[in-house]
Write a protein that binds this ligand. Sequence first.
Ligand code: NDP
Length: 288
Amino acid sequence: MTTAPDRYAVLGHPVAHSRSPAIHARFAAQTGQPITYGRELCPLDGFEPHVRAFAASGARGCNVTVPFKFEALALAGRASARARLAGAANVLGFDGADPAHWWADNSDGIGLVRDIERHAGVALAGTRVLLVGAGGAAAGVLGPLIEAGAAAVVVANRSAGKAEALVQSHADLAQRRRCTLAATPLAAPGEAFDVVLNASSSSLAGAEVPVPAAVLRPGTLAVDLMYGPAAAPFLAWARAHGATARDGLGMLVEQAAEAFRLWRGVLPDTVPVLATLRAEVDAGAGAA
Ligand code: NDP
């Protein structure tokens, strides 16, 4: 008798563009883990009933994407320290239909840190980092950047209050890790950072790069969390000013690998999966 594979999915709105099903299918093939992974479009006002029904159908967990990461954290009975610090969750694990028995985690930050350190080959310890944006993605990455040993992180956001709130919620961690943390306006965030992270949705919106070029110096690592054609203007801007440009594809694969590890207890090898995905995106195959 064969056992049915465990079921997972990414839940969001929109979700049709998501590359997570393809990534997890490759992880499953590589590790021999018996899982299936789909995508579920949730109504904007109906995340909770949708995720409850998905769990009640016997599914074992899900990834959560825009705009439900905050709701996902609030629903689950328990949450990891990094998800609580971020105030948002992109991974849920189910033990039945009752959310009291679900767990929540956030793999976005560790995904970005692993991409920068393993794939881009830049050690974050001792660096000055500019974090542009203060939405769900920025909230997920700030704690792991501090944990990785950044000497200073400046958070610059269009709505100043959101950057200040993020700095406040991470002040204790920053103090413990001797990281200087500050919120600044987008127009004057400082100059010549070691690492510049665009965690705003400016590229997604087709808007101009929201910070002055003085934030870069030759050799700065400039990462847009976006990937595909929408990231191209930011990457071109970074290269034109001597920076090393990188998109968010590596983070996408690494956050997925961490979710897979949380569910299955096995950390997949991300190198071949990222190489395949990179080739597909560069060839313009499928949606970005
Ligand atoms: P949110 O909607 O939660 O936050 C959006 C942020 O972008 C806010 O800080 C907002 O500022 C800012 N913003 C929006 N438009 C502009 C603009 N034109 N100029 C300057 N700032 C702007 O989105 P997320 O944080 O979830 O996502 C942000 C980006 O990160 C997206 O591009 C997303 O695709 C990417 N991402 C990539 C991942 C990956 O694995 N590669 C994972 C998660 C996200 P304000 O507060 O003023 O509204």
